[in-house]
Each structure stands twice: as structure tokens, then as C-alpha cells.
Design a protein around this ligand. Structure first.
Ligand code: ZN
Length: 285
């Protein structure tokens, strides 16, 4: 789907086995920026090379012209196909320094964040060529540049990229959409990051990895809904820990999911890990 003259959005569906009995249908958006060359925001899951290349050919461009992949973070559905795309195009891989080692050593990532289905979602480790830091401006070609915003919370090294010419903000998973599966490492930092993004004045289109594209008049509401949802999760977890904090992590997760009126399938190892991170923060404070 063409978004602006230079941006295309590609929705890639995939399945992930989140427990021995539950297979979830998920999707992720990869964004294709076209100019004198081609640049990708994220790479999708393992096997997404074909989806991406087919799309690029359908708009009469050559996949060999992919110059770089700008990763929003290192989770499997974002880095999954980076290996085969890099091998074919010899493109450069960019990511925030704090997640570089999880891209270059996916076994390390899996050992530290053992998410279900990891090995089916990721093709393998891939070398990072450049790191991006908050405030960096990366020139793509004559009139296209990406500005980098460090937006941690969903993960430690999550970044968002602003294509300045179009006011297009690629936020990866940094904005926890209200009612979506809550996956994060640090809920308080999630809220701070969304506030930071909402302070950018010239955003005309919001391009998330997990949601449809939103135009300017919807963006502030998406962000305020996200902040309210995050606060509600935090309050719910605090309420339950005050009442009883002895339940096993998965039982605790089921209680929180139920209290938030979210679908029961959202009680899974990913959300359980997220809720436990709030308990750990509470212990520290
Ligand atoms: Zn993620």
C-alpha cells in the first residue's frame, strides 16, 4: 500500500506458537522507502524477503537497490528476515547500540528473552553495520533524511524514525496500542517515550509495526489512549500486588488480563514477562 510518494507499507501476516496448545495469528508492518535507492524500516519475520521483494518488483523497482535496513528494535518479527535480505543486497543494518548484540547473536537474545516460536521467526544472526542514537539525522539521498528518536520501554533500545520530508513517524512497537497485547520491558519508560513522540510537532502520519497507518488528526488520540492504557495496566498490577502477590507468574498474568478485559489468549509467556517487569520495578522503588 502506497502511503506517500516515497513510502509504502507492507503488512506481513505470520503465525506464532505461543504455547503448546495456542497458535496466534499475528502480523507486522514493514515499511519501504523509495528514492534514488530503497530503504527498509524493519525486515519482518523469517521468510519475509519474498513478500518484500515481490512488492518492490510490483512497483517497478529492483530489490537489489535496498541500501539499508533501519531496525526499530531487535525482536524476532522485526529482524527475522534481515539475514537473507542482507546476503542478497549487501545492505547495511542499523540499530540502537543497546540491542546490537541481540541482532548479531540471536542465540544470546533467545537465552535472555526466550519468547515462544523464536527459532521459526528468525533466520539467524546478522552483522550490524551502524548504530543509531537519539538525535541522529541520517541522510538517505538528496531530499530524504531520517531523524532518530530513542523510545525505550517496549525494549531497551527501541527507536523511532522520522522521515522528515513527509512528517512520517515510524515507531515500531514503541506505542502500546490500547487493547492490544501488552508487551514491554519497562512500562514507565513506555509512557515517557510516547510523551516524547507526542511532543514532535511535525508528524503528519504515524506508521507503527502493529497497527494501521494513522493520519495527523488521529495521532494525538492514539498516543493519549496508549498512555492511559499503560497507566491502567500499571494501576491494575499495583492493585493486585497489594492484595496478594504470592500467586505464580502465569496465574497473576491471567488475573491482570481478565481485570483489563483483554482476551484470555493474551495471558501468555510474553505478557506474563511484561507484568513481572512491573513487579521488579516496584521492588526497586
Ligand atoms: Zn517488539
Amino acid at each position: 500500500m502506497q502511503i506517500t510518494k516515497n513510502i509504502h507499507a507492507l503488512k506481513i501476516p505470520f503465525k506464532v506458537k505461543i504455547s503448546p496448545t495456542i497458535t496466534a495469528d499475528r502480523f507486522v508492518y514493514v515499511y519501504i522507502i523509495t528514492g534514488k535507492k530503497i530503504w527498509l524500516i524493519d525486515s519482518g519475520v523469517a521468510g519475509s524477503k519474498k513478500n518484500i521483494f515481490d512488492y518492490i518488483e510490483s512497483i517497478k523497482k529492483n530489490p537489489k537497490d535496498i541500501e539499508s535496513i533501519f531496525l526499530t528494535h531487535s525482536h524476532p518479527d522485526h529482524i527475522g528476515a534481515a539475514k537473507s535480505i542482507k546476503e542478497y543486497c549487501n545492505c547495511k543494518i542499523y540499530i540502537h547500540p543497546s540491542e546490537k548484540n541481540w541482532v548479531e547473536d540471536v542465540n544470546l537474545q533467545y537465552s535472555q528473552r526466550p519468547v515462544p516460536g523464536f527459532n521459526e521467526l528468525v533466520e539467524g544472526s546478522v552483522k550490524v553495520d551502524n548504530v543509531v542514537n537519539d538525535g541522529d539525522i541520517i541522510k538517505l539521498d538528496g531530499n530524504l533524511s531520517l531523524k532518530v528518536f530513542h523510545t525505550p520501554g517496549h525494549s531497551n533500545g527501541s527507536v523511532s524514525y522520522l522521515l522528515e520530508k513527509d512528517g512520517a513517524l515510524f515507531c515500531g512497537d514503541a506505542i502500546l496500542s490500547s487493547g492490544q497485547m501488552p508487551i514491554f520491558d519497562d512500562l514507565a519508560r513506555c509512557i515517557d517515550s510516547v510523551k516524547k513522540l507526542s511532543d514532535i510537532s511535525n508528524v503528519d502520519i504515524l506508521l507503527s509495526a502493529w497497527d494501521i497507518p494513522y493520519e495527523a488528526n488521529h495521532i494525538q488520540k492514539i498516543m493519549s489512549d496508549s498512555i492511559n492504557f499503560s497507566k491502567k495496566i500499571d494501576e491494575t498490577i499495583r492493585k493486585f500486588t497489594e492484595k496478594e502477590n504470592q500467586s505464580a507468574p502465569m496465574e497473576f498474568c491471567k488475573q491482570i488480563i481478565s481485570e483489563l478485559n483483554l482476551p484470555v489468549q493474551m495471558a501468555n509467556p510474553l505478557t506474563s514477562r511484561s507484568f513481572q517487569s512491573v513487579l521488579k520495578q516496584n521492588d526497586k522503588s
